[in-house]
Design a protein around this ligand. Sequence first.
Ligand SMILES: [Zn+2]
Length: 273
Amino acid sequence: MKLLICADFEGITGVVSWDHVTFGKEGYQRFRKLMTADINAAVAGALQAGVDDIVVSDGHDTKTNILIEEIDPHARLNSGSPSPYMMVQGIEENVDLAFFIGHHPRVGTKDALLPHTLSARVVADIWLNDRPVGEIGLYAAVCGHFGVPVVLLSGELAACREAEEWIAGIETVAVKKASGYQAAECLPPAVTHPMIREAAERAVEKYKAGKAPAPLVIPPPVRIRVQFARPSMAEDACTLPGAVRLSGNEVEVSCSDIVKAYHALRTMVGLAG
Ligand SMILES: [Zn+2]
């Protein structure tokens, strides 16, 4: 049984500010240890439930946050960028199930800690076939393309709610509750790690019993619409072949599957940024 753990940083235990998750800023070195520890809690739960092959993909910023010297030796680490699938790197390699650890809510979410989608500076909003979507829905859909269900998510409470809206029956662990854009009531690691470990074990047991959530499948055509922060960004983004300018700030692409749509999205955000 092969597990892919897709790790972000903003939803890690104790993280409340951009400085905590930005290389070179105060607190970064401390919080990357906590990121690695949250992942290790998930690895421990998965092992307990019988998973025998675990790959962890670092999905935040440069993708070099997780400490290889501290990661559980039962797991292998995808580190560095760019890579074909970034957050879900390795998803095409016979994965059975996926965990999302340390995830954050989409841009525009009310009562949420550090809500954003791909780039807080560039992206004002994104729709997937007319439904507002954040990174959780996007990456779960890429997993779904490969027949892989996302069975566990940890992060801030609003991220857990968002995951439950996309994936009925997903196990979630809220490690904190937002009280402002960069403020939250946080549970300490001594509390969140047993919570993550136990939820991971439960999620895998449900999968083994055939009671896991279904993979999130988006039927074609897959349309991605991006509202950019500025019109100049939309101008740059719509140089992508096939991209259509819908309004001053909005560009849309239509693709035959979610993987092509995800790659088109990444390219547009890269061009715009
Ligand atoms: Zn991130």
